[in-house]
Structures are given as structure tokens and as C-alpha cells.
Design a protein around this ligand. Structure first.
Ligand code: PGA
Length: 240
């Protein structure tokens, strides 16, 4: 794992943006894996800016998001469909047909998971997967205890995850209890992984990822086994 140490959130976002822009320019049909949450917002702001300034085009880019809440439709402001549209897609020249997120309101959720997995395989894998890390070590919504062999599946969200995400909802009760997420193995199939870590609240998780044992009890630890991981972490995350 390569670690790039940066001063703060802005520098992390800047570096991540440069990296993604270069990848898009380098590849004919780039496939990006995208994440939600607070961490990638600065990256998305900068990608929008780069697109506006015509430094990069998303016309040939396809995207796959990691996860979606079960029960929230595309227009629900707390759904990840809505987040991605507001924070990135509606501002850039991407073809909406090339944008993929799991459908959290699918009638048959298991079939939705299988179909999503197949779409990723048909796209010939994700070139660069952007990841954040949860304080409990989750990646995507793969909570502690998730099998490393898992593919896209429905999960019960940890109470700690629901509490961490309650800040986006009116109350904790409104935070969904289930989600669809790409599995650990789906994430590990990505050709490259770009993990962004910012803030002292993530320092324990980052330390465990870098120095702890590889264990399903700490899902992000599997990244030690991936051959192409770049971590961009700021001082607060590195030093606590
Ligand atoms: P955050 O979420 O970026 O909002 O901290 C990261 C995660 O839970 O994976």
C-alpha cells in the first residue's frame, strides 16, 4: 500500500482529483468506483471544476457506486442516488446511461444484487475504486464480520454506522436499517483502490488498517492484500 501524506482535507481532495483526472485521460473507457459520505465531497467539487474548465471530460466514463440504502428511492434527499446527482453527476458531462448505483427500492433485492454484480463484470471491472473508511473499519457498507468472499449483497447496518450517518437525517429513527453494498470481494476485484482518510476520528481505523492483522472483524484490513492501493491521508488521520 502506498501512503501519501497530506496536510489537510483540502490537500487530500486536491491530490485525489489530480489522480482521477490523470486516470480518465489515460484510459479510453474509464470505469470509476465511487463512494458517498463526507470524505469524497471535496474531490467531487474539484472534479466538477475541472470539467467546467474543460480540463477533463466524463463522456467516456462509467461509474459504479458502492452502495445504497434499502427503501430510499432516487428522489429521496438521503438516498445515495440523490447525493451523487447533486454532488457530481448533474454538474458534469457524463452520460447518465453510464452511471450505476444499486437500486434500494428494487422489488427483488437479491436479484438486484446479482444484476449489479453482473454489470460490474460486464464493464470489465472497475479501474479505480474511490473508498472511504468507517470508524468501525467498514468499506462500502461491509460491516465487521462480513465475509471477505462476499459479492454485492444486502446488509444490516451496524448501530455505530446508523449513528454516524444520523447527521444527514432528521433523527436516528429515520436512518434505514438495511443497505445494498458491493461486497468485499467485489471491491477487491477493482484494478486500483484509492482510499481517502481525513480527520482524527479516523486515526484509530487508519492505524488498524495499516498495522493490524487481516481479519473479517475489521473489513478494511483486507486492503493489505490488494496489489494496488493508494491511501491519501491527512495529518489528523495519521497522527490522531
Ligand atoms: P464518511 O464515511 O466519509 O462520511 O466519514 C465514510 C464511510 O463510512 O465509509
Amino acid at each position: 500500500m502506498e501512503i501519501i501524506k497530506v496536510k489537510d482535507y483540502d490537500e487530500m481532495s486536491e491530490k485525489a482529483c489530480s489522480y482521477i483526472v490523470e486516470k480518465i485521460k489515460e484510459l479510453q473507457e474509464p470505469v470509476l468506483g465511487l463512494a458517498t459520505g463526507s470524505t469524497p465531497e471535496g474531490l467531487y467539487d474539484r472534479l466538477i471544476q475541472q470539467n467546467k474548465e474543460q480540463n477533463v471530460s466524463f463522456k467516456n466514463v462509467s461509474t459504479f457506486n458502492l452502495d445504497e440504502y434499502v427503501g430510499l428511492g432516487n428522489d429521496d434527499p438521503n438516498s445515495y442516488h440523490y447525493y451523487m446527482n447533486e454532488k457530481l453527476f448533474k454538474h458534469i458531462d457524463i452520460d447518465k446511461n453510464n452511471v450505476n448505483l444499486p437500486n434500494g427500492v428494487a422489488k427483488d433485492l437479491d436479484k438486484e444484487c446479482q444484476d449489479y454484480e453482473k454489470k460490474i463484470i460486464d464493464a470489465k471491472k472497475v479501474d479505480v475504486q474511490v473508498l472511504g473508511i468507517g470508524i468501525n473499519g467498514h468499506i462500502g457498507f461491509n460491516e465487521p464480520g462480513t465475509a471477505f468472499t462476499s459479492r454485492t449483497h444486502v446488509v444490516d447496518l451496524d448501530e455505530s454506522t446508523r449513528e454516524a450517518n444520523a447527521r444527514f437525517f432528521a433523527s436516528l429513527e429515520e436512518v434505514p436499517k438495511k443497505a445494498i453494498t458491493m461486497g468485499i470481494d467485489s471491491i477487491m476485484q477493482s484494478k486500483e483502490i484509492l482510499l481517502l482518510v481525513s480527520g482524527s476520528s479516523k486515526s484509530e481505523a487508519l492505524d488498524r488498517l495499516l498495522n493490524g492483522e487481516v481479519s473479517e472483524e475489521f473489513p478494511a484490513s483486507i486492503l493489505q492484500k490488494h496489489s494496488n492501493v493508494m491511501i491519501i491521508a491527512d495529518e489528523a488521520a495519521l497522527n490522531g
